[in-house]
Design a protein around this ligand. Structure first.
Ligand SMILES: Cc1cc2nc3c(=O)[nH]c(=O)nc-3n(C[C@H](O)[C@H](O)[C@H](O)COP(=O)(O)O)c2cc1C
Length: 192
């Protein structure tokens, strides 16, 4: 396609700058939320979040991930229990903070980039959730869980074959209250 050297109209440039600012502000204002309302999340919003996850970059574009949406109360109860046990938490502690939806990301263990790739899915979904007015929090210990035979078996029951490593769970829902402000950023940038 031939490239045009015609400058963009000012209005279009301004629109682009505004759009960029919206995207950047979304990144800067996302926070991990640790209190949720029980209000269910409409499926069309969850689908947008999941779709954003699937558009993450991946090494050689292999997309070695799967994403499992869990709203089933019995499965959530099992996940809370096993996650708390791995964490060594007191009985009754909810590591998912009462969120109504859990999104689990797993990635093919034999893919050498699977952890990087799966982590990008998590990042995309956190930002997408925030853009849609939803709160989220990465909940760890998916690796330990999905290394367990009973959770491997659960994957089989869902019809998922293959060797998947748990990357993370995303607790997702509507925030109950305001999250803590971001900590100051550590100095971490070198410019040469
Ligand atoms: C790999 C990873 C694991 C995390 N695991 C947990 C977790 O198990 N429970 C939790 O409450 N937050 C967890 N978090 C959220 C972090 O605590 C949070 O991102 C951090 O405190 C910075 O806060 P912010 O997300 O609001 O910027 C995790 C985040 C990452 C990236």
């Amino acid at each position: 396609m031939e490239q045009s050297n015609t400058p963009l109209p000012v209005a279009a440039c301004a629109g682009q700058a505004q759009q960029a600012e919206i995207v950047l502000q979304n990144m800067l204002t996302r926070r991990s939320v640790r209190r949720y309302q029980s209000t269910p999340v409409p499926q069309h919003l969850l689908d947008r979040v999941i779709e954003a996850g699937t558009y993450a970059a991946s090494g050689k574009s292999m997309q070695p991930w799967i994403i499992i949406q869990v709203t089933d109360k019995a499965v959530q109860e099992r996940l809370r229990k096993v996650n708390a046990e791995i964490m060594g938490a007191e009985p009754g502690v909810d590591p998912f903070y009462g969120a109504p939806v859990y999104l689990i990301v797993l990635a093919e263990r034999q893919n050498r980039n699977h952890v990087y790739d799966g982590t990008l899915v998590m990042g995309n979904m956190m930002l997408a959730a925030h853009a849609l007015g939803l709160a989220s929090c990465w909940i760890n210990r998916a690796r330990e869980e999905f290394d367990m035979p009973e959770w491997q078996e659960w994957l089989r029951q869902l019809g998922i074959e293959g060797d998947y490593e748990g990357i993370g769970h995303l607790a997702i829902g509507y925030a109950d209250g305001e999250p803590r402000p971001a900590k100051p950023r550590k100095p971490c940038v070198y410019k040469v």
